[in-house]
Design a protein around this ligand. Structure first.
Ligand code: UTP
Length: 481
């Protein structure tokens, strides 16, 4: 009889996993298991299978061999973008609205990030984002989807990507809020994939005796997650043709934008595979990726990768040449996502590396370590790296106040405070555009605060004859309509 505390079956699994990990130089992950219980080993082997360490290793190796290198500067030109009000705006809007009303556009929120900068104790989507009512981000999107569904006379499905870290909490938040009035069968939630983090010697790490240290695979991981979760099949079964992609931390996003859909469908301008919105950067230093064209292919170069000479370059009128900042709002066709994910795990997106602090378990000393300084590399994919895979890709200019009020940080730039300011300014502008008087100082400063629910208005014209808007708004008013 063997002395091993492990069953024959478990021992056999251990041997196979050992051989696999040896083949990729990661067998240290199993060195400690002899001193632990069968349950601990089983759990560790399950995690290794789930993460598919062999594929992850191959992917990381391949990606590390082809790190991003900016091509010679003369091959990088600014991407061409469509102006905010194209000549045929009304036709395009009508066309886009028809597709939305036909139930062929789904909303898709990526909400798998760790939100470390914000430091909120819960999924980012549960953060109170509305300036007066404090409605959480998820509710703000739900209201838009409900309003769009109401005007279309049909339910509009909402796909939400979580991560293994926040999936259960996100589901509970939706349950506790009664799905924000939406039908739960029209909400399709799925966790994204992960990559193992690597220490500075390139070794995978343990998060505990029975688990591997991993991180979510980035918003670009949404593409393979859409396939692996069955969301693509679900979309095909529902007759969805286009996916309206947005991030969880932008309360001002138009979750379903008819004009953008119309532009994306216009064969003169786009292949209808992947389109993007941009806003003019406020300064060369603003930390957003920039739309460029490399050898006639549209792409986004991360702010940290854009050569300074280009970031600072100005044209004859003194404007930034590389001015088109990416705000992570895209339309993707279901066929496009289906095509680029057909090959499986790699999707063809490069990996981006970030050197971070990763707490981990030291098996030799049987203790956890919480490092004070970055000790490991996290790998992530970015959604905008899919843009060059589209046959032709359109970039549409929009306005910061209208559509981009991100909440990323606890304070300062891109915080709740800056987002509230943008949301309140947009509401004031909408009222003014709809012909209402709004109290302002001579220098234009707002003297009242109004928050507008998407259930009241999706655009300024909805406020024209709206019974919820009071006769007059006075200085000092704080009003949620
Ligand atoms: P950010 O890049 O701002 O990252 O994500 P984050 O994780 O939310 O925040 P920090 O960097 O830790 O402070 C932009 C969007 O992409 C989603 C986020 O949820 C957010 O909507 N995202 C990011 C994912 O869904 N998965 C990821 O792995 C990373």
């Amino acid at each position: 009889m063997s002395d091993s505390p492990f069953s024959e079956e478990l021992t056999a699994r251990l041997q196979v996993m050992r051989a696999d990990l040896e083949s990729i130089g990661q067998s240290h992950l199993l060195e400690h298991v002899e001193g632990h219980s069968p349950e601990c080993l089983e759990s560790l082997l399950d995690r290794c299978d789930e993460i598919d360490l062999l594929s992850a290793h191959a992917f990381i190796e391949q990606a590390s061999a082809s790190e991003f290198e900016a091509p010679p500067l003369d091959r990088i030109t600014p991407a061409v973008s469509i102006s905010r009000h194209p000549e045929d705006e009304e036709d395009l809007r009508t066309r886009g609205q028809q597709l939305i009303d036909a139930g062929k556009v789904a909303a898709f929120t990526v909400a798998g990030g760790q939100g470390t900068r914000l430091g909120w104790n819960g999924p980012k989507g549960s953060y109170p984002a509305a300036p007066l009512t404090g409605k959480p981000l998820f509710r703000l999107f739900a209201e838009q989807i409900q309003a769009a569904g109401r005007s279309a006379g049909r339910k509009i499905p909402w796909y939400i990507m979580t991560s293994p870290i926040n999936d259960a909490e996100t589901r509970a938040f939706f349950r506790d809020n009664n799905y924000f009035g939406l039908d739960r069968t029209d909400i399709f939630m799925f966790p994204q994939g992960v990559f193992p983090s690597c220490d500075d010697a390139g070794r995978f790490m343990l998060a505990s005796p029975e688990s591997i240290a991993v991180n979510p695979d980035g918003h670009g991981g949404s593409l393979r997650a859409l396939r692996n979760s069955g969301a693509i099949e679900d979309m095909q079964a529902r007759g969805i043709e286009q996916i309206s992609y947005f991030q969880v931390d932008n309360p001002s996003v138009r979750a379903l934008d008819p004009l953008f859909v119309g532009l994306h469908l216009d064969a003169q301008r786009s292949s209808g595979e992947m389109s993007s919105k941009m806003i003019p950067k406020s300064s060369p230093e603003e930390k957003v990726g920039v739309f460029c064209s490399i050898d006639d292919r549209t792409c986004v170069i991360e702010y940290s990768d854009l050569p300074e000479e280009l970031a600072e370059a100005r044209d004859d009128r003194g404007e930034l040449r590389f001015i088109a900042g990416s705000i992570a709002i895209h339309l993707l066709s279901v066929d496009f996502v289906d095509r680029i994910t057909a090959k499986g795990a790699s999707v063809g997106l490069p990996l981006h590396k970030a050197h971070k602090k990763v707490p981990h378990y030291l098996p030799n000393e049987d203790r956890m370590v919480s490092p004070d300084a970055p000790n490991a590399t996290k790998f992530e994919m970015f959604i905008f790296d899919a843009i060059p895979l589209a046959a032709r890709s359109l970039v549409y200019e929009t306005d910061r106040v209208e559509e981009f009020a991100p909440i990323k940080n606890a304070e300062g730039v891109d915080s709740a405070r800056s987002s509230h300011e943008l949301q309140l300014e947009r509401a004031a502008r909408w009222l003014e555009n709809a012909g209402h008087w709004f109290p302002r100082n001579e220098d234009g400063t707002r003297l009242a605060d109004v928050e507008i629910s998407a259930l009241t208005a999706m655009q300024p014209s909805d406020l024209e004859a709206c019974p919820d808007v009071p006769e007059s708004i006075s200085a000092g008013d704080q009003l949620a309509i």
